[in-house]
Write a protein that binds this ligand. Structure first.
Ligand code: AMP
Length: 539
């Protein structure tokens, strides 16, 4: 830090804390007129400029202080993606409170646990979630007030910020202060909170902007389909404001037609979201003979990307880029961009790299390790625990007594996989989803990918089910594409071509109802519960 009396040999650079208000200040000052377009619940379109969002955020910071919110207090949001939601993020974080994004798709029981654990004091909410708030409030004593985000009148944003000033002195705290709080999907045990700091969000945003990461520049038009409550919104609201680019917020309607309509009308160039929404989009485009006239790139993550997604979007001129991450990583860990060596390979070989989860970004160190924490070979074949360390990776869960790291300072992601000689990481499974059959391990991800390579398959889910002889055997659920009559035998043939005999499921069941969890991923816990006696009963 430059201080009076410095001799000039030390501390010659300014101390400019890495706080996230810098993003919105930059966007308002240098890209003030570019827009954030939001689709409301009723389908109407709202346009705000980055300067508008800055002004709304300042109003909110002032109103929160007037209300009595202090630094470090938790203020929640329960809302889909919109410009107002972005203003709420910046207004809450900028004055030093912690923005806790709640996922409306969780059960009431889970939300009650999370809100009480975080001790949220206020919640900013989309009108359509008010009935949910009414259910939650009696069970959440800390929650004093709910403010509707995007409307005028009593109990709404405009009334809450009425008369507040357009300016606020943001970021008057240490860069290591908490900024955002996001709970993990909690597939086992209670959900755990990850408290992002200003510094970690700032550095993660710098990382996400890079050409080999999300590559967001001012000429892009980005549409985050991934909700802001899922894993820090993949940091896209931060990155878009840091780049000052146009951003399109799809709100609550994430079906193929709604998404395609927005992409075309707003000339969207980049989109990001989980595989299930992209299957919906593809199906709509295919059935209705539509095209993409502006879309260049589609980021897919949160669950493994099927080969068919990459091939089918390529037919429409859209490049699918696979990413891997998790709430605990802020969330991006790897991105599947192709290196020059891979680009030199034939198309079929390239496809194997496109399907990999990708290579680590600057700021992330990654290794594959055995159960004793010994690093394993990066040979693309040796499977182990994927472990990471870096500046935007959880060290300790919110209010946890223990740190979340092993003795070497690595965080064990709970994913298992390989890293190859070119640095590409491939997830073979979630540790708890690996199917353990007669002493061998079967990758549920490989099984699903193989099934989904059949053109008649919309979605496939593989789980391990208790088996009297083999300990566990795979069970495969398949959802057919509309109008397709793919048979068990057809699927069996594809699997037999791609997988070891042992991995071929004893049963393949067709269903239109593969359950999805709160972040759009296959809910394997529920499938395992629903089918737990399947093989025992079959004998
Ligand atoms: P969440 O914190 O809800 O984003 O969940 C993170 C988990 O989702 C990871 O630990 C992985 O198990 C899974 N996941 C995320 N991205 C991918 C991907 N590209 N391929 C396979 N699994 C993924």
């Amino acid at each position: 830090m430059v201080q009076e009396g410095d001799d000039g040999a030390t501390g010659a650079m300014q101390a400019w804390p890495l706080t996230v208000n810098k993003f919105i200040e930059h966007a308002a000052r240098w890209h003030g007129s570019r827009t954030v377009v939001s689709r409301a619940f009723d389908g109407s379109i709202n346009r705000m400029s980055w300067a508008d969002i800055h002004r709304h955020a300042a109003h909110l910071s002032n109103a929160l202080v007037a209300y009595g919110i202090g630094q470090g207090d938790r203020v929640a949001t329960l809302a889909m993606n919109s410009g107002r939601h972005v203003a709420a993020w910046y207004g809450i974080m900028g004055m030093g409170a912690i923005c806790h994004t709640l996922n409306p798709r969780l059960s009431v029981e889970q939300l009650v646990y999370i809100i009480n654990h975080a001790a949220d004091r206020i919640v900013f909410v989309d009108r359509q979630f008010m009935p949910l708030i009414e259910q939650l409030q009696p069970q959440c004593p800390s929650l004093q007030t709910a403010i509707i985000l995007d409307e005028d009148g009593q109990g709404c944003w405009d009334a809450f910020v009425d008369g507040q000033s357009d300016s606020f002195d943001w970021g008057a705290f240490d860069e290591n202060s908490g900024a955002g709080l996001c709970y993990t999907s909690g597939t086992t045990g209670n959900p755990k909170g990850v408290l992002y700091t200003h510094r970690s969000n700032y550095l993660h945003t710098m990382m996400a902007l890079q050409p080999d990461a999300l590559g967001i520049g001012v000429r892009e038009v980005i549409m985050p389909v991934v909700p802001m409550f899922h894993a820090n919104g993949w940091s896209i609201p931060f990155a878009a404001s840091a780049a000052g680019c146009k951003m399109v917020m799809p709100g609550a309607h994430l079906d193929g037609q709604s998404l395609h309509d927005l992409i075309e009308k707003e000339s969207v160039t980049l989109v990001a979201g989980v595989p299930t929404v992209w299957f919906g989009l593809l199906e709509y485009v295919r059935k209705n003979g539509k095209e993409f006239t502006s879309l260049k790139r589609l980021f897919v993550g949160g669950a493994a990307c099927a080969e068919s997604l990459i091939r089918d979007f390529a037919d429409y001129g859209v490049d699918v880029v696979h990413t891997w991450g998790m709430t605990e990583l802020s969330p991006i860990g790897t991105v599947g961009r192709l290196t020059p060596e891979v680009l030199d390979l034939a198309d079929d070989e390239q496809l194997g790299y496109r399907m990999a989860q990708g290579r680590p970004l600057l700021g992330i160190d990654m290794r594959v390790a055995d159960e004793n924490g010994q690093e394993l070979s990066r040979d693309g074949a040796t499977i182990g625990a994927i472990q990471v360390r870096g500046q935007a990776i959880v060290g300790r869960y919110f209010r946890a007594e223990e740190i979340a790291l092993n003795d070497d300072g690595f965080f064990d992601t709970g994913d298992v996989g390989t890293i190859d000689a070119r640095g590409y990481m491939r997830i073979t499974d979630r540790a708890k989803d690996v199917i353990k059959s007669g002493g061998e391990w079967i990758s549920s991800v490989d099984l699903e990918n193989a099934a989904m390579s059949h053109p008649g398959v919309q979605l496939a889910a593989a789980v391990g089910i208790a088996h009297p002889k083999w300990n566990e055997r795979p069970l495969l659920l398949v959802k057919r594409k509309a109008g397709n009559d793919v048979t068990e035998e057809d699927i069996h043939d594809v699997l037999a071509r791609k997988l070891a005999r042992l991995a071929i499921p004893d049963a393949i069941l067709f269903t239109d109802d593969i359950p999805l969890g709160a972040t759009g991923k296959i809910d394997k816990k529920r499938i395992r519960a629903d089918y737990k006696d399947f093989y025992v009963e079959r004998g």
